[in-house]
Design a protein around this ligand. Sequence first.
Ligand code: ADP
Ligand code: MG
Length: 194
Amino acid sequence: MICVENISKSFNGRAVLRDVSLEMQEGETLAIIGRSGSGKSVLMKHAIGLLQPDKGRVLVDGIDIGRISYRELRTVRRQFGVLFQGGALFDSMSAFDNVAFPIRTFTDSTEQQVRDRVLRCLDLVNLSDVGTKRPSELSGGMIKRVALARAVALEPRYILYDEPTSGLDPHTSTTINNLIKGLADQLDVTSGER
Ligand SMILES: Nc1ncnc2c1ncn2[C@@H]1O[C@H](COP(=O)(O)OP(=O)(O)O)[C@@H](O)[C@H]1O
Ligand SMILES: [Mg+2]
């Protein structure tokens, strides 16, 4: 469970989050809706400890992530899959290597195991055939799907999506939404959708 408890955050004296609290239970899907600039991404970054609140705290499975070492924070973060706004793929890497990146970085998997897992993840987002392509050769919807495959590569318990369908046409948006819903059912993860 993720517990955001009364967090406040200001940048240069300007309050972005004011006394925000929310709870995300295991297996639950929660959507956060708000105007552009209202603090959705800032809130999401607090959930994985990329930003520290000025006040309040964030608990992940009971652990106050503001009071642990960087090493412990990395362990907590491993439970999260994050789909950043725009996908945030590594431009110089193929789709395959993008999905392989967290597996190679965070696990001791053999290249054969990496390969099996990457192909399975690309298959989950119906992109088995684009592994060799670089992000510049992919459409916006494909980039989001590769980013989605990368987000689930380590079998996270929680997935955070930052505007997963912004900038996509309605048809592609529906595909992404269905994938997100399908992934939540298949992987039994907790989804935070923004
Ligand atoms: N690292 C930062 N430094 C200063 N201001 C920031 C930073 N991150 C976000 N902000 C500001 O916080 C506000 C909320 O941003 P954000 O959470 O990205 O909005 P959105 O709801 O569109 O995701 C915006 O005014 C943005 O300029
Ligand atoms: Mg945002």
